[in-house]
Design a protein around this ligand. Structure first.
Ligand code: UDP
Ligand code: MG
Length: 328
């Protein structure tokens, strides 16, 4: 059994050597053949140089480097496409995902699980953030068609068939939390305590979290659109009932001229609602727009692998081969 690791790296020059050392130690201890696929996501610091250096001294190191920053989702996709192992572990390069857990993941894999998921506890998180996260997951699980879990991220082991399943999902807009849930297979969850990021702030500002949250809601169902139909229906019914009532009152009592406040409230209220609904529809159209362009998820700049080694043989977007040029 061969193990692959996929490690997306964006501006990780400072920690990459330390990470590699810690990871290699753990992997050697498992006594299994392994490869580590580092994906440099267009870093602006010396990450690529560090990877080239690692590859020169350690033959288990593979690397892919993007032409610019395409985001972690794209980096994971690239890594999964090139990882050749029977099982693949995805982990962060910033040492927030303890390499010691890989051995534990392997044990579960050997017991037959296709997805071994590390779930971080929220120990030490700010209370507001925990509350926000809990509410969000409660909400999204009532809505989305796949089940998403609090504290579950990308740190996980996937069996070969799970990876192949993921690679069949060619969508441009990749919400990987949802994709992992969508493929299914036997999964097992275990908890670990997250390592605090000390040297820099998390990329996850409140606003990014909010946007990510919306992504999650919109990527996996069309229920918000259905909600528009329901709300529209209910409001139309209320408006019709109100109109009948006004006419009846006018017929009985004669016409006076009240209703200014009602009118303004109705106009602004309905206007706002329509804007929201338009926004929801717009979000979906925007997604369709991006999907129909069929652009590749990333462009390769440099690698020490043969771009033809890509394991998924799904036709490249637009019928063209997404072969990155081999520079070295
Ligand atoms: N990462 C990436 N591309 C990006 C941003 C991040 O490949 O555009 C990588 C990063 O190097 C790290 C992992 O994704 O290995 C998680 O990123 P980060 O630690 O910034 O996120 P957080 O831990 O706050 O979720
Ligand atoms: Mg991190």
């Amino acid at each position: 059994m061969r193990l692959s690791l996929v490690v997306p790296c964006f501006n990780e020059a400072e920690v990459i050597a330390k990470f590699h050392q810690a990871l290699s130690r753990e992997l050697t201890a498992t006594g299994r053949p392994y490869e580590i696929v580092y994906v440099d996501d267009g870093s602006a610091d010396g990450t690529l140089d560090a990877l080239v250096e690692l590859a020169a001294t350690d033959e288990s190191v593979r690397y892919l480097s993007f032409s610019r920053n395409f985001g972690k989702e794209a980096a994971m996709l690239a890594g999964l496409r090139y990882a050749s192992g029977d099982a693949v572990v995805i982990m962060d390069a910033d040492l927030q995902h303890p390499p010691e857990l890989v051995g534990r993941m392997l044990e579960h894999y050997e017991r037959g699980f296709d997805q071994v998921i590390a779930r971080r506890t929220r120990v030490g998180d700010p209370a507001t953030r925990t509350l926000f996260a809990r509410t969000y997951y409660w909400l999204i699980n009532r809505w989305a068609d796949v089940e998403l879990m609090d504290g579950v991220g990308d740190f996980r082991l996937l069996s070969r068939r799970a990876v192949d399943g993921l690679l069949e999902l060619g969508e441009y807009n990749r919400f990987s939390k949802g994709l992992f849930a969508w493929i299914g297979f036997e999964s097992i969850l275990f908890e670990y305590e997250n390592v605090k990021q000390t040297d820099r702030k998390s990329r996850w500002t409140f606003r990014r979290l909010l946007e990510y949250g919306l992504d999650g809601l919109l990527s996996f169902n069309n229920k918000p659109l259905r909600l528009a139909i329901y709300v529209g229906g209910v409001l139309t019914a209320i408006a019709a009932a109100y109109a009948v009532w006004v006419i009846v009152v006018a017929a009985l009592n004669g016409v006076k001229m009240p209703g200014y406040v009602t009118l303004i409230a109705a106009i602004t209220g309905l206007g706002g609602l329509q804007m929201v609904m338009l926004g929801v529809i717009g979000e979906y159209i925007g997604r369709i727009y991006y999907e129909t362009k069929q652009r590749p998820h990333y462009l390769l700049k440099q690698t020490n692998m043969d771009p033809a080694d890509r394991l998924d043989k799904t036709p490249a977007p637009g019928g063209r081969a997404t072969r990155g040029r081999r520079v070295m």
